[in-house]
Design a protein around this ligand. Structure first.
Ligand code: AGP
Length: 593
């Protein structure tokens, strides 16, 4: 997954491109580069972060240019594999986000026609294809070249001497920021917020022809109009707002995210969408997702089974793509923050091919997932810059809670209690955040360990998995989430005084069994931190330390436990001096399988 940018206007392109690229680094950051033109094309790129490139780069003149920040898919991170890529003449430069699945064949054909390639990337075939078809009309050459290409792309083309940029999108996001005598093309909103809040979302199959004075969009050879949207996200939304890391800012945004996401739905007199997947003709529900979103799917399974009394399966999208199961009378839900996760999109297309109605729950308007799904519910988490998902996970839970309550089969009194409980969640989460210093102090010692276990039962088993994922992906400690009942079936062999255990203890039907697990863990000498509800008198005698969370209805316990574990992971990683927002080897959205 990469970030691409294009600028055309009355100002020098170089500083604008570099500033926009800095905002896109969460999409990939193993290499970057820009190309500008003031007659001929000048390119500067390397396998460095944008800040380093800015420091060493000479001044490049030109009021039109393109830029790219990369997450390697074909070819290791290197200067030669960094984008932009050029054609033979050096007059056509291209930046690209996506995967060209037939690039080897295209490369062979073009090499046979005399084209020379210097990189290992799939992208490099694009400028050569455009050069092959160019006969004086750039957009036509791009349109023709794209017919040869299979796979996904968001790309921007710059040509020496041409006072325009050409952009195209298929299965990868691309937007156009509208300015005054300038326009900016970008992979995502945060890149353009310093310059404009007016934006057009390109659709799959669109080709944009962008000059400083105007934007034309073509699709299958005919002109189309794309609505202009106003972005409510201020620049601050994509800034750190005074926090040291985006992750901490986004953890603290969660009370607002809960209000924003619920606000949109809890006022609705009718259920949030006409959920065909929930109508009587459906016998079961399948929820698919990856990573943290999969943990939301698992929580969704527990909520849905309790409130709707129908069988629910939560499965990994990447694994679903290998299953041969039939899905008669099954409703499908796809949960994906970015809406661009390749494993998820592939699974969604497979579900559609199997005749399933697919509901997407995603955080990105205009994302690929929202275009594949039959219906989409948007979470309102705002831009999530940190690679570790936090507030987007919270927003996903809110959609699932409200969705299930809209269709629940519980009695009116229980439903009233649930709605009351839901409305109180922003302040309950704020109470956890207000306890941040205690959590920070209570977990300082964790940073010295190399292996940690998280255990939970029932609706908090997915939260044990999520707590482990958060810790491992930002602190690089090997953390394992485990169903507490499974400890005796093998993981006990790993427990010693060097393996701390974090136990999630909720006041529900798992309470006594969790106390038993805590005793068993202590008997093996492992340090034990318990997450327990305020007022729990027994836990203090058993655990080495306790992180208290506010009392909530058991069905909402994942909400407060998650926030405590996010803070635990954050401060442990901070104690270890980890980069936190951009962990090694990871990117914010995994658009390759
Ligand atoms: C979560 O902290 C990770 N960054 C990762 O597991 C992520 O949740 C996963 O890649 C799914 O992303 P999506 O929700 O955008 O599909």
């Amino acid at each position: 997954m990469c970030g691409i940018i294009g600028y055309i206007g009355d100002k020098q392109a170089q500083p604008i491109l570099l500033n926009c690229l800095r905002r896109l680094e969460y999409r990939g950051y193993d290499s970057c580069g820009i190309a500008v033109t003031a007659g001929s094309i000048e390119v500067y790129k390397d396998a460095v972060r944008v800040e380093e490139l800015t420091r060493v780069m000479p001044k490049l003149d030109g009021m039109a240019g393109i830029g790219h920040t990369r997450w390697a898919t074909h070819g290791e991170p290197s200067q030669v594999n960094a984008h932009p890529h050029l054609d033979c003449s050096g007059n056509i430069a291209v930046v690209h986000n996506g995967v060209i699945s037939n690039f080897q064949l295209l490369k062979q054909q073009l090499t046979g026609e005399g084209h020379n390639f210097i990189s290992q990337t799939d992208t490099e075939v694009i400028p050569h294809l455009i050069e092959k078809y160019y006969d004086g009309n750039l957009e036509k050459a791009v349109e023709t070249a794209l017919r040869d290409i299979e796979g996904s792309y968001a790309l921007i083309v710059l040509m020496a001497g041409e006072p325009k940029l050409v952009a195209a999108r298929k299965d990868s996001p691309l937007i156009i920021g509208i300015g005054d005598r300038e326009n900016i093309i970008a992979s995502d909103v945060p890149a353009i917020l310093d310059y404009t809040d007016r934006v057009i979302y390109l659709e799959d199959g669109d080709i944009g022809i962008i000059t400083k004075d105007g934007i034309r969009v073509r699709r299958h050879g005919t002109k189309v109009n794309r609505k202009e949207h106003k972005i409510s996200w201020s620049v601050d939304d994509a800034q750190k707002a005074g926090y040291e890391h985006f992750m901490l800012k986004e953890i603290h945004e969660q009370p607002k995210v809960i209000r924003d996401t619920l606000g949109e739905y809890i006022q609705a007199a009718e259920p949030v969408v006409d959920l065909a997947v929930m109508r009587g003709d459906i016998e079961s529900v399948l929820i698919l997702a990856c990573g943290t979103s999969y943990h939301a799917a698992l929580v969704g399974k527990y909520i849905m089974e309790e409130l709707l009394r129908i069988p629910v399966r939560a499965e990994l999208a990447s694994e679903f793509n290998y299953c041969a199961q039939t899905l008669a009378r099954t409703g499908a839900i796809a949960i994906t923050q970015s809406g661009e996760t390749a494993d998820m999109l592939k699974a969604m297309k497979k579900l559609k091919d199997m005749g399933c109605l697919v509901l997407a729950i995603t955080n990105v308007v205009g994302s690929s997932a929202s275009r594949i799904a039959n219906q989409t519910i948007y979470t309102r988490a705002g831009p999530e810059i940190s690679v570790a998902a936090t507030k987007s996970f919270m927003a996903q839970l809110m959609v699932l809670y409200w969705l299930m309550m809209s269709y629940s089969k519980v009695d009116a009194r229980r439903l009233t209690d649930l709605i009351m409980g839901l409305r109180q969640l922003p302040e309950k989460v704020q109470q956890v955040l207000d306890n941040e210093d205690k959590i920070m102090e209570g977990t300082k010692h964790l940073s010295g360990y190399e292996n940690v276990f998280f255990i939970g039962r029932g609706i908090n088993f997915p939260i044990a998995l999520e707590g482990a994922l958060k810790l491992k992906e930002i602190s690089y400690i090997h953390a394992e989430g485990c169903a507490a009942g499974e400890l005796k079936h093998g993981p006990f062999a790993l427990l010693s005084e060097n393996t701390p255990v974090i136990a999630i203890v909720a006041q529900d039907n798992t309470y006594e069994a969790m106390l038993t697990n805590i005793r068993e863990v202590k008997a093996r000498g492992s340090p034990l931190i318990a997450l327990a509800e305020e007022g729990d008198g027994a836990i203090g005698q058993l655990a080495d330390s306790v992180i208290t969370v506010p009392k909530v209805d058991a069905i909402f316990s994942p909400v407060v436990n998650t926030v405590a574990l996010q803070l635990l992971a954050y401060y442990t990683a901070k104690h270890r001096g980890c980069p936190i927002d951009t962990p090694r080897n990871l990117a914010k959205s995994v658009t390759v399988e």
